[in-house]
Design a binder for this molecule. Structure first.
Ligand code: OFO
Length: 165
């Protein structure tokens, strides 16, 4: 794949995935500061996954002979008003990333780059899972309406999340 537009878009995606890791690290820190260790664990795992996503695009670019360029990583929001706000922002961010991956797929289709299309399939499936996962936690947070007992139940559940590379 030597298409400049495609190479630039994959480069941008490396940056977006690294920003995701940075953003979720800020969320992990927020939950750690509240001693909600299960929520902090959820984002700890998410940070690791985002790092893997970034490396996946980075390795792909190397493999196909594209030049990797590094851009500045944006400063993430690090103050949050509630757990619900965190999940609203996280879900919104995942929706943004999904759209970004769809744009990559559109470019690949436009230039008939079938190898990149196949590579992107995994990310499309992954995005659907991430949105579903975050949406599920967000719905639970909406249901409990800030109730402490409910929050601790969700915290216990999120403590079970494990990183599977
Ligand atoms: Fe990399 O999926 Fe989230 O951002």
């Amino acid at each position: 794949m030597q298409n400049e537009k495609m190479i630039q878009a994959v480069n941008d995606q490396v940056n977006k995935e690294l920003f995701s890791a940075y953003f979720y690290l800020a969320m992990q820190a927020y939950f750690s500061s509240l001693n909600l260790d299960g929520f902090a664990n959820y984002f700890r795992v998410q940070v690791q996954e985002e790092r893997d996503h970034a490396l996946g695009f980075f390795n792909y670019l190397n493999k196909i002979g594209g030049k990797v360029t590094f851009a500045e990583i944006q400063k993430p929001q690090s103050e949050f008003s509630s757990p619900q706000e965190v999940f609203e922002l996280a879900l919104k961010h995942e929706q943004f990333v999904t759209q970004s991956i769809y744009s990559l797929m559109n470019i690949a289709r436009e230039i008939q780059d079938h190898t990149t299309e196949i590579f992107l399939q995994w990310y499309i499936t992954e995005q659907a899972e991430e949105e579903e996962n975050m949406g599920r936690v967000l719905n639970k947070l909406k249901l409990i309406k800030g109730d402490g007992a409910g929050l601790f139940m969700i915290d216990s559940e999120l403590a079970q999340r494990i990183y599977t590379p």
